[in-house]
Design a protein. Structure first.
Length: 398
């Protein structure tokens, strides 16, 4: 089903520059919570007594929490006043982050990681709220601009986490994030626009509709599965590469690992470019290029055991491809029906975050058993499957 676009009513009043900037910062700060643990899982595991083969499950826990939040919280944006929902969820994230900074044991660490993951989905309430204040012909640009902030948070999370861990331990980054989220929530109380959705569905019906949307909307389904595959490769690379660099033959310090993870920061440049490309009717070409970039990146990553340069290039290409595909996908699904954008976004994000959770959870066991070559091979498999799916379906129908 493709229902009429209601952007004409949604787009009044227009989003101010101050509000857009605050929303982009908040989205980035919230999304970063999922990635602070990636470069420091070895430090967390050593501190709390976790085996090396299980360390990547810390990242997996945050992604599972995020997926739960996408299913259980984000759809509420179609029936609950958006600003209030976002600010309450941000407050929960700040409280959970303080708990993480103080946690004394693994069970509490995993429980609070899930909580922070769930509450960080406020980022995905912000994106459709911004899209609701954009005309159809500029929606890709508006979403791309907000996503630039969100992706900037994701990409800077890894180097910032490594730097902070080098000086204040792994707990310091979670405390720093709690302060930042709390400050942005206070700013958002004044700057975020208010939106009262017309939806009146009961909560149970709201959640049940998610599965029907996945089945009934081919654009949503295909875009979600493309990105699930790419995000699995993303999780494999960015969970595994820091572990590789902390070991022989590199033996890098957390600060040097932080400098390496900055290579992915160039991926933020893909968001606005991809949004404008989609606005001009080039979504299929953009998708093909994005999937191909990730596949090439993981092929280059095979050289990573003896070439730091290869890892840097792979990191740049992985992030460029993943971020471009994310923005194109969101622009396409937000064209479907303005009245259910939160649910569309929830299905899209849940699907691909489950893909990321699969990639992250496989990283440590594959790395321990098959080495970095096994991680790179699996990283090629996921975008390879996405490319086949694209070429045999959407690409062929072109």
């Amino acid at each position: 089903m493709t229902l009429p676009d209601l952007a004409a009513t949604d787009a009044t009043p227009r989003l101010s520059r101050g509000a857009a900037f605050a929303m982009a910062l908040a989205a980035g700060a919230l999304a970063a919570n999922l990635y602070y643990a990636q470069p420091v899982v070895a430090l967390i595991g050593a501190d709390l007594g976790m085996s090396p083969a299980a360390e990547s499950t810390i990242v997996t826990a945050s992604q599972i929490g995020y997926a739960l939040g996408l299913v259980l919280l984000v759809p509420l944006g179609d029936v609950v006043e958006n600003r209030r929902l976002i600010l309450l969820t941000m407050a929960a994230a700040a409280i959970g982050l303080v708990g993480l900074a103080l946690t004394p044991n693994l069970p509490l660490l995993f429980a609070l990681t899930l909580v922070v993951g769930v509450a960080s989905t406020a980022a995905q309430m912000i994106v459709p709220l911004a899209a609701s204040f954009a005309r159809p012909e500029e929606r890709g640009r508006i979403v791309g601009n907000i996503m630039t902030g969100l992706l900037g948070g994701i990409l800077l999370a890894r180097p910032v986490s490594s730097f902070v861990a080098g000086f204040a331990g792994w707990r310091g980054i979670f405390l720093l994030s709690a302060v930042l989220i709390a400050a942005l929530a206070l700013a958002g109380r004044r700057l975020f626009p208010s939106r009262h959705p017309a939806g009146r569905e009961r909560y149970g019906a709201l959640i049940r509709s998610l599965g029907r949307l996945f089945v009934a909307e081919p654009v949503l389904r295909r875009r979600a599965l493309y990105h699930a595959a790419l995000f699995a490769a993303f999780g494999l690379f960015w969970t595994g590469a820091p572990i590789l660099l902390l070991r022989e033959p590199y033996n890098l310090s957390p600060q040097w690992v932080a400098l390496f993870t900055l290579s992915g920061a160039l991926g933020v440049l893909a968001a606005p470019v991809a949004g404008r490309m989609a606005d001009r009717g080039h979504s299929r070409l953009g998708t093909l290029l994005a999937i191909s970039l990730v596949l090439v990146a993981m092929a280059i990553a095979f050289l990573g055991t003896h070439s730091l340069a290869a890892l840097v290039v792979a990191g740049i290409l992985v992030d460029l491809g993943v971020q471009a595909n994310l923005v194109i996908g969101q622009r396409e699904i937000f064209q479907l029906d303005a009245s259910i954008r939160n649910r569309l976004n929830a299905v899209y994000m849940t699907t691909f975050f489950l893909g990321g959770a699969v990639g992250s959870s496989l990283t440590s066991p594959v790395l321990e058993r098959f080495g970095w070559q096994g991680v790179a091979a699996m990283g090629c498999l996921f975008p390879g499957l996405a490319l086949v799916y694209f070429l045999t379906g959407e690409g062929r129908s072109r």
